[in-house]
Ligand binder design. Structure first.
Ligand code: SF4
Ligand code: MG
Length: 342
C-alpha cells in the first residue's frame, strides 16, 4: 500500500517569553523529534497521557500550529512548504474531528448551515449540489434527513459527534484525524461511533489517525499503535504485537491499567511513581527514567533510540528502551518496587 502521510523529525516547541525584553527564555518541548508514517486505508493510533504531545502532533500535521522543525509529506507533497491558498485546498484532504463537537459546532447554525459552510470554504462540491450532498451525508452518518434544520443543542452527545463527522466528510477528505473523538462519550455510544467510523472507512477508503489516552478504546480499530511519552515516541508497531508483547515499561504500565474483565487473568501490573514531568525541562537521557521501575544510571544520561529489537520479542514493532530485551529475558529486574500482581 502507498504511504499517505509521512512525518519526519517533527518538533513542536512553544516559546516561553519572559525577562526584561520579553525574549524567549525557554521552550515547552511538546513534540520533540518524532517520525512515523501512515499508509492509505490504515488506522494508526497515537496514545499517551495528557501532555505527551499527541494532540500537538495532530495539530502540527494540519498546520493548525506551525511546526518548529521537521517535514510532513502528504501523498508525497511537502505540506509545510505550501502557501496559504495551497494549504487551504489541502485541508479538504485532511480533516479533524474533536473531542467535544459541541465546542466546535456553532450553536447558532443549523446542521445544514454547518455542512454547507464547510463545503463553501473548501469549494470541492459544485454549489448547486451542496444541499443534496448535505442530506446524503446526514444519512451516511446515521442521522435523519429531517434533522438537518436543527441546531446543535437539539442533539445528544453521540449525535453531535456524528455531526462533527458529517462536517469532516462533507469535503471528501482522505485522512481524518480524530482527536479524542469518543473520549467524552458513554461506553455504549463510544462503540456506536467507533463502528460508524469503521464502516465509513470501508465504504469511503478513509485513512485515520486516532489520538487517544486510552489503549483499550483504540485496540479494536487500530492497525498500528504509536505510544508517546513526554514528546517522544517510546514504542510503535502492529496493534497485535503491542498488546501481546509490549516492550517498553511505559507501554506495559498503560496496558496494565486497562481493567481486565476476567479476574483469573493475572497480568503483571506496573505502577508508575509520580506524575509526568514538565516538558519545559524534560528529564535527561530516557525521559521516562524518573518514573521507570527499571531505570539505571545509564538511563539518566543516554537517550534510547527508537529501534527494532530482536525479532523473537519485538515482532513487528520498534521500541526506545536500553533494556527492552534484558527485561523480557529476565536479566534486568526492577530496581525499585513498583510491580505487583493483581
Ligand atoms: Fe526505563 Fe531505562 Fe528503558 Fe527508559 S531506557 S524505559 S528508564 S529501563
Ligand atoms: Mg489532547
Amino acid at each position: 500500500k502507498n504511504t499517505l502521510l509521512e512525518v519526519k523529525g517533527l518538533k513542536q516547541y512553544f516559546p516561553i517569553k519572559g525577562g526584561f525584553l520579553g525574549r524567549t527564555v525557554n521552550n515547552v518541548k511538546a513534540v520533540d523529534d518524532i517520525s512515523f508514517d501512515i499508509k492509505e486505508g490504515e488506522t494508526v493510533s497515537v496514545v499517551g497521557e495528557s501532555g505527551c504531545g499527541k494532540s500537538t502532533t495532530g495539530r502540527a500535521i494540519l498546520r493548525l500550529d506551525e511546526p518548529t522543525e521537521g517535514t510532513v509529506n502528504f501523498e508525497g507533497k511537502d505540506i509545510l512548504s505550501l502557501n496559504k491558498k495551497e494549504m487551504r485546498d489541502m485541508r479538504s484532504e485532511m480533516q479533524i474531528i474533536f473531542q467535544d463537537p459541541f465546542a466546535s459546532l456553532n450553536p447558532r447554525k443549523t446542521v445544514k448551515m454547518t455542512l454547507i459552510e464547510a463545503m463553501d470554504i473548501q469549494n470541492v462540491v459544485p454549489k448547486k449540489e451542496r444541499t443534496e450532498r448535505a442530506l446524503e451525508i446526514m444519512e451516511t452518518v446515521g442521522l435523519q434527513k429531517h434533522q438537518i434544520d436543527r441546531f446543535p443543542h437539539e442533539f445528544s452527545g453521540g449525535q453531535r459527534q456524528r455531526i462533527g463527522i458529517a462536517r469532516a466528510l462533507a469535503v471528501n477528505p482522505k485522512l481524518i484525524i480524530a482527536d479524542e473523538a469518543v473520549s467524552a462519550l458513554d461506553v455504549s455510544i463510544q462503540a456506536q461511533v467507533l463502528n460508524l467510523l469503521q464502516r465509513l472507512q470501508r465504504e469511503m477508503g478513509l485513512t485515520y489517525l486516532f489520538i487517544a489516552h486510552d489503549l483499550g478504546v483504540v485496540r479494536h480499530i487500530s492497525d498500528r499503535i504509536i505510544v508517546m511519552y513526554l514528546g517522544k515516541i517510546v514504542e510503535m508497531g502492529d496493534t497485535k504485537s503491542i498488546f501481546e508483547n509490549p516492550q517498553h515499561p511505559y507501554t506495559k504500565a498503560l496496558l496494565s491499567a486497562i481493567p481486565v474483565p476476567d479476574p483469573k487473568n493475572k497480568s503483571e501490573r506496573i505502577f508508575l511513581r509520580g506524575d509526568v514531568p514538565s516538558p519545559i525541562d524534560p528529564p535527561t537521557g530516557c525521559r521516562f527514567h524518573t518514573r521507570c521501575p527499571f531505570a539505571t544510571e545509564k538511563c539518566k544520561t543516554e537517550i534510547p533510540v527508537l529501534e527494532h529489537k530482536d525479532e523473537t520479542y519485538a515482532g513487528q514493532h520498534d521500541v526506545a528502551c536500553h533494556y527492552a530485551i534484558d527485561i523480557q529475558e529476565g536479566r534486568h529486574k526492577a530496581t525499585h518496587d513498583m510491580k505487583n500482581v493483581r
